[in-house]
Design a protein around this ligand. Structure first.
Ligand SMILES: Nc1ncnc2c1ncn2[C@@H]1O[C@H](COP(=O)(O)OP(=O)(O)O)[C@@H](O)[C@H]1O
Ligand SMILES: [Mg+2]
Length: 303
């Protein structure tokens, strides 16, 4: 991972500080399986430098941005870079203190605490990924206030107050920009430094495509990245909604082409059909037609 950061152009000073952090907080052998081995790598030097610097300074991070801007990929990559065990918590409307911190259970006739993910992060110096934190009710997250601010503690009624391990960090993610997304209240937001996640660059997308599909022809990697940029521009200009601007969908389409599905149909499944409005679907099809040939076979696209 550190070599990858060097390649991405992250400053040597930052990399040596990560090495110092890792030396200071070596991974506990029992928890080694909780240190992520990332499936995807995050591309974007500026965001890398901001995120790493904030975590080195002891801050918690809130990654805010539209869908498929690599928020979860970055969160997972960060735990890997810092070699910390990580816990993922998906937030939903009914997320409450018990889900996060733990619940009393009966065991051999005794009441014991079944520790929740936040509790374990606190104990073991974990990285806690608070996924889509804005989906929970703000009131039920008040239990995290002391955990996330300078107090760095968990206070559960009936239990000792426990202090967070020095290596513990929290990385929250939050989507915005489509129906159903909620606001995060100020009290909670003020406990994080916030990174506004940019869309992947064309250069980053070409790297991502080639890494995912090593036999993809370079000219096609450029064309597909260009297509994504075309859709992005139409979204920025207000001609298209963000529904067809779907990087996951583009990757799925390329996967389908690889499996032998004709390219136009693959792009329909991955991108065009994400929109449920006839007019918009036509517009997306036109964008695709303008850039790519009518018929696309796997032989054209892959070596
Ligand atoms: N900057 C980026 N670098 C690498 N991959 C990215 C980037 N932005 C988006 N992706 C890709 O987009 C897909 C979705 O990423 P994910 O982290 O799940 O998005 P989010 O949590 O923001 O919705 C993944 O396949 C990921 O590799
Ligand atoms: Mg996500």
């Amino acid at each position: 991972m550190l070599d990858f950061l060097k390649n991405e152009g992250v400053s040597p000073k930052i990399i040596s500080e990560i090495e110092a952090f890792r030396a200071k907080y070596p991974t506990d052998g029992k928890l080694a399986s909780r240190v992520p081995v990332p499936r995807y790598l995050y591309y974007g030097k500026e965001v890398w430098e901001e995120a790493i610097t904030a975590l080195l300074c002891g801050e918690n991070l809130l990654l805010v941005g539209p869908k498929a801007t690599g928020k979860n990929v970055l969160a997972e990559n960060l735990a890997a870079v810092f070699a910390r065990p990580s816990w993922d918590v998906s937030f939903y409307i009914n997320t409450d203190a018990a889900t996060l911190l733990g619940t009393d259970t009966f065991h051999d006739g005794e009441v014991t605490l079944r520790k929740g993910p936040i509790y374990q992060c606190a104990e073991f110096g974990g990285f806690g990924v608070l996924d889509e934190i804005n989906m929970a009710k703000n009131e039920s997250l008040a239990v995290l206030h002391a955990t996330l601010d300078f107090r760095r503690a968990i206070d559960m009624p009936g239990y000792d107050r426990i202090a967070l391990h020095d290596a513990t960090r929290f990385i929250a993610t939050m989507n915005y920009g489509y129906a159903g997304t909620r606001e995060l209240n100020e009290a909670l937001a003020s406990r994080f430094v916030v990174i506004d996640m940019p869309a992947i660059t064309t250069e980053g997308l070409v790297k991502l495509l080639i890494r995912e599909f090593p036999d993809l022809k370079p000219a096609w990697a450029d064309q597909l990245a260009g297509l994504f940029q075309d859709i992005q521009r139409k979204c920025d200009g207000g001609e298209l909604s963000t529904k067809p601007l779907d990087l996951r969908g583009l990757l799925a389409a390329v996967r389908l082409m690889h499996a032998g599905l004709e390219g136009g149909r693959a792009l329909e499944l991955g991108l065009v059909n994400k929109s449920f409005d006839g007019f918009e679907r036509q517009l997306v099809s036109d964008v695709i037609r303008t850039r790519l040939p009518e018929q696309i076979s796997a032989g054209d696209v892959f070596n």
